[in-house]
Design a protein around this ligand. Structure first.
Ligand code: AMP
Ligand code: MN
Ligand code: MN
Ligand code: MN
Length: 313
């Protein structure tokens, strides 16, 4: 439970179990989060405000396949003294698997990046309609228009279908919608045809950013396959692995830290926050990176917040 402190009910300190009281210091960096520009439920400005209130000092907004929320998030960040990192989470097909690559410090106006992300959103439009057709055949009508209405129109994700089916009472929670309808072998599954790893890294680097393999433990790959991915990523110039993630347990965090050292990669940390109702981990509750890995932010210029506290102390 190293990376996953309880987040719904925060008990007074004296009532918390000892392992929570003695938990390591929390991380002031959260380099993976979502807003309504993709499949989060908070607007970019509401997300930034909540993160600042929760103690996050440097937040990356990393919506799936779009940078549409960055401008609003940046404005809100300036208003509340939080440092915003402009990011994106690019959907990639690697072999038969979908892998997510987070781009950090990207220029959202870069044309090559914009074109690449647009192509992914075009595929998403087609896929969402196809998911709708397939769900219709499974007895669930009008799912495409319903999912579209749950999105803000920039892109439709499987998460929007999940929310729709929960709202309609077809399934009781989002995880169960995925399990019974939206994953391979289930009625609403449509295989992804996303960017290649090479293109994703090309767009991120072309836009001046750094590339991070998101939540590597979520892919359920064998150790050998995961290491092949890390090797190819490194060869293509990728920079970092998400070591601390909202979806990593303590052991996964420690093993990913070892991989970063084996491959000479940097380490990142991100909650993958989507909504206050259903967080993988609450904002501001991420653990620090294990001491033996090198943070991706080590070479970033000092943040305003750090400068303020250094000058004060
Ligand atoms: P998509 O990119 O449209 O295929 O949707 C992927 C998104 O669905 C991920 O970013 C998660 O937010 C969400 N997701 C994937 N698997 C699950 C799951 N088992 N339960 C809940 N949400 C999930
Ligand atoms: Mn998502
Ligand atoms: Mn992801
Ligand atoms: Mn994500």
């Amino acid at each position: 439970m190293y990376g996953l402190l309880p987040n719904r009910v925060i008990a007074p300190v004296s009532l918390r179990p000892l392992w929570v009281q003695s938990a390591p210091m929390l991380n002031h960096y959260d380099l993976h989060s979502h807003s309504t520009a993709s499949d989060g439920t908070l607007s970019p400005s509401a997300l930034v405000r909540l993160a600042a209130e929760a103690g996050v000092r440097v937040l990356a907004l990393t919506d799936h396949d779009t940078t549409a929320g960055i401008a609003e998030a940046r404005q809100a960040a300036e208003a509340c003294g939080l440092e915003l990192v402009s990011g994106v989470e690019v959907s990639v097909s690697w072999g038969k698997q979908t892998v997510h690559i987070v781009g950090l410090k990207v220029d959202p106006e870069n044309q090559t990046l914009k074109n690449g992300l647009q192509a992914l959103r075009d595929f998403r439009d087609w896929r969402a309609q196809e998911i709708g057709h397939r769900l219709e055949k499974a007895g669930i009508p009008d799912a495409y228009s319903g999912a579209l209405a749950h999105s803000n129109g920039i892109l439709v994700s499987r998460t929007h279908f999940a929310r729709l089916l929960v709202e309609r009472g077809v399934v009781e929670d989002e995880r169960k919608v995925f399990k019974h309808y939206l994953v391979q072998g289930k009625p609403g599954y449509v295989p992804g045809d996303w960017a290649t790893l090479e293109s994703a890294l090309g767009w991120i680097h072309g836009a001046g950013g750094q590339a991070v393999i998101a939540h590597p433990a979520r892919y359920k790959m064998t150790r050998t396959k995961l290491r092949t991915l890390f090797g190819e990523f490194r060869e293509l110039g990728g920079e970092a692995i998400e070591v601390v993630s909202g979806s990593h347990g303590r052991d996964e965090c420690i093993s990913m830290a070892k991989h970063t050292n084996d491959f000479g990669l940097l380490a990142s940390a991100g909650s993958d926050f989507h909504s206050p109702e259903n967080p993988w981990v609450a904002l501001g509750r991420l653990a620090q990176l294990p001491g033996d890995c090198r943070p991706i932010w080590a070479d970033w210029s000092e943040s305003r917040e750090e400068r303020t506290s250094r000058m004060a102390g």
